[in-house]
Every structure is written in C-alpha cells, then in structure tokens.
Design a protein around this ligand. Structure first.
Ligand code: F6P
Length: 391
C-alpha cells in the first residue's frame, strides 16, 4: 500500500513560464510585522499548493533576518517547509517562522564601534542571499511595512507576491485581512464579560484595543458588543458628549457604561498617546489613551471608571474559522498567482473572490474607516457616541 508521503500528488494548476518568468523550482515564505492569527494557515496552504506544482518551499526566520543574519540561527535561518512541517498548524496562533517588526532590510539598524546606531540599506545583500539559495520567488506575508518591503524587493528584481495580514484590517484593496475577525471576536467576548462587572458595580469601563491609525477593531467589536461610546483615530474626540451620554444613561437608570477606545484615538487638537517614540528601525509604540479617557470621564461624570487594555491578547490564540479559511485561500492564491506568471501583486479579498492587485498601488497606503460607512451609521443610529458633535 502506498504511504501518504510517497503518493504522487495531482497537480491542480499548471505553472506558466515565460522568458521574463523562467520556471520556478524553489520559493520562500516570510512572515513580517506583528503576528496575527492565520499566519500558519497561509504557510500551510502555500506550502501544499507549491509542493503540488513540484516546487521546493523554504521559510525564512523572523522576517528577513534568517537570510540577513544566518549565523544567529542554529538552523541557518532558513528552514525547509515539507508537508510534514506544515501539518497540524492551521489552528495555531503566531507563526512557525517567527516574525519581527524591527528588521526592515532597507533601513537595517547596525551598531557602530562607537556605540551609535545607523540604518543601512541591505537590499543588494538580501537579493544575493536569495540567489545563493536558489530561491526563485518570495511570498511575503505581512502588513503595510512588509508589503512595502516586498514592493521594494520586486522593483529591485525579485519575483514577489504579497499576502495581506494584520489584525488592524488597515490594508488597502482588500475587504479584509486575516487576523481581523479573530481579534474582533476576542475583543467582543472580553467586552461582553466586562458588561457584567460594569453593571454590578455601576462603573464606567474603558476598553483600549489595538488599532494604530485605523479604528476597525474598536468599531466592529464596539458595535458588535453594544458599547455606549467608541473612540477611533478617524474621529478626533471630545469627551464632553461622551460624558453626556453616560450621564443620560445614568438618569435613565443604567448606572454603567462601556467605552471602547482604539490605541490610536486622539483628543481634538491633541496627539497620540505613546509609550515609545519612533526610533531607528522601529515605529512609535502607542498606548495609554484608555487610562487618560477613564480619568477624564471620572472627572466629568463623577462616576468611578476603570480601564482594561486588551493589547497583545488580541493578536494571540487560534484563528476563527473565517480567518482560517481566508488565510488558506490567500496562501493557495499566492502560489496560483506565481504559477500564472504574475509578479509584484498582492492577493486580496474582493467580494466572494480572492483576486490580486498591484503591490505598487497599495504600497504605503492605509485603509481608514470611512466615516459614512454602514457600520458607523448603524452605530450612530443606535445612539453610540463617537465623541464628536454628532453624539
Ligand atoms: O499592527 C498591528 C499592531 O497590533 C498594532 O495595532 C499595534 O500598535 C502594534 O501592532 C504593536 O506592535 P508591537 O507591540 O508588537 O510592536
């Protein structure tokens, strides 16, 4: 009886090769930026789809660090992705490849002998490493930073397909990124739990969620779980109308209120609440807006307020079935795109289909919450305050 390992696989798709796109023998997968539930599902689908075309698949450790600094890894920084290696990982959070948001090869921080840190462009070296290892194409799975790097590498000559990942859902041209649904589901469950303690104590509870410059997580989890106010980066807030909403609820006998605030929300005329300013090789770290909002609401309403910061909990855990399926579809579509001879594209969700768009078109762009979108309108019509003049 033939074993599952030795059984030849049926090729469902035939790879196209042209003079501009010679046949692919080996591809690399890389996961970059903050992790998101669903990364492992992309890795599995892409690996299986590529093997079915007869391609070899390798995974680069920690973004591109495995290629740039192989001496730092016991396994040489690049691992073979066999069918066995990607078995049983679809439901696992995180990424089996590791990730980093401090390893941009175009602005790689290097410490000099005198202790100062400078940023250097290691693109030519990185391209050499791809060539030395016989890697014909890259599937880069990441957010805005990783996709911009992917675009840069593509312009420099590497065949690249991007896969959009982020719990923040702030990437252009895709209806959703994988990771977002898992983050929203978990945030909603947490807010549900906070309702009971807020009700019992008659308190205001402010829930701070991730969402650096876009308020998708705050908006969706806030509306889904029935929050009374939602503060998002797209609508600079004034806490007076929020305090009025809380006071009005109090008068009507609802002594508690739930406020969801995105980490990147800003007061009218004010700036971001940061834990660490942007530095060499990394962007600014946001945080702290939840407790500022709670303190101010306590002052304005006279009600006891508490803050819960969900932070990195939103990035952990098993992906929802929606995210698993989306991630699997994205992984297979990325390989399909390469097999079709495409290059410099990002797979995306367009209605019911997975399609692709040019990396050049989405690179450096962010998808903000449109203020006239149906979810914002729904929230307003239900009396949820956004801390602006409309309530
Ligand atoms: O981009 C996703 C995200 O979760 C942001 O919402 C958040 O600001 C950021 O990552 C935090 O990343 P880290 O703490 O890993 O640097």
């Amino acid at each position: 009886m033939a074993s599952a390992v030795s059984r030849p696989c049926r090729a469902y798709h035939r790879a196209v090769s042209t003079p501009a796109h010679p046949p692919i023998r080996r591809i690399a997968l890389s996961t970059g930026g903050g992790d998101a539930p669903g990364l492992n599902a992309v890795i599995r689908a892409a690996t299986l789809a590529a093997h079915n075309l007869g391609w070899d698949v390798v995974g680069i450790r920690d973004g591109f660090n495995g290629l740039l600094s192989p001496e730092e890894y016991d396994d040489g920084g690049v691992i073979s992705l066999s069918r066995d290696r990607v078995r049983g990982i679809v439901h696992l959070g995180g990424t089996i490849l590791g990730t980093t948001n401090r390893g941009n090869p175009t602005r790689y921080p290097v410490e000099r002998a005198d202790g100062t840190v400078v940023e250097i462009d290691r693109t030519p070296e990185l391209l050499d490493r791809f060539a030395e290892r016989g890697i014909d194409a890259l599937i880069t799975i990441g957010g805005d930073g990783s996709l911009s790097i992917g675009h840069h590498l593509n312009v420099a000559g590497l065949r690249v397909i991007g896969v959009p990942k982020t719990i923040d859902n702030d990437l252009e041209a895709t209806m959703s990124t994988f990771g977002f649904d898992s983050a929203v589901s978990f945030a909603s469950e947490c807010i549900d739990r906070l309702f009971s303690t807020a009700t019992s104590h008659g308190r205001v509870i402010v829930v701070e969620v991730m969402g650096r410059y876009a308020g998708w997580i705050a908006l969706h989890s806030g509306v889904a779980s029935g929050a009374h106010a939602i503060l998002i980066p797209e609508i600079p807030f004034d806490l007076t109308p929020v305090a009025e909403t809380i006071a009005h609820r109090n008068e009507l006998g609802s002594k508690f209120s739930i406020v969801v605030v995105a980490e990147g929300a800003t007061p009218l005329g004010g700036g971001h609440s940061t834990i660490e300013a942007a530095g060499q090789g990394h962007s600014e770290r946001l945080g702290g807006i939840g407790s500022k909002v709670a303190d101010e609401l306590e002052r304005l309403t006279g009600k006891e307020a508490r803050t819960v910061v969900l932070g990195h909990l939103l990035r952990g855990g098993s992906p929802t079935s929606f995210d698993r399926l989306l991630a699997l579809r994205f992984g297979a579509a990325a390989v399909r795109a390469l097999a079709d001879g495409l290059d410099g594209r990002m797979v995306c969700l367009a209605g019911d289909s997975v399609n692709h768009v040019s990396l050049a078109d989405i690179s450096g762009k962010q998808k903000k919450v449109p203020l006239d979108c149906d979810t914002v309108r729904t929230a307003r019509e239900m009396g949820i305050s956004f801390g602006d003049l409309q309530g």
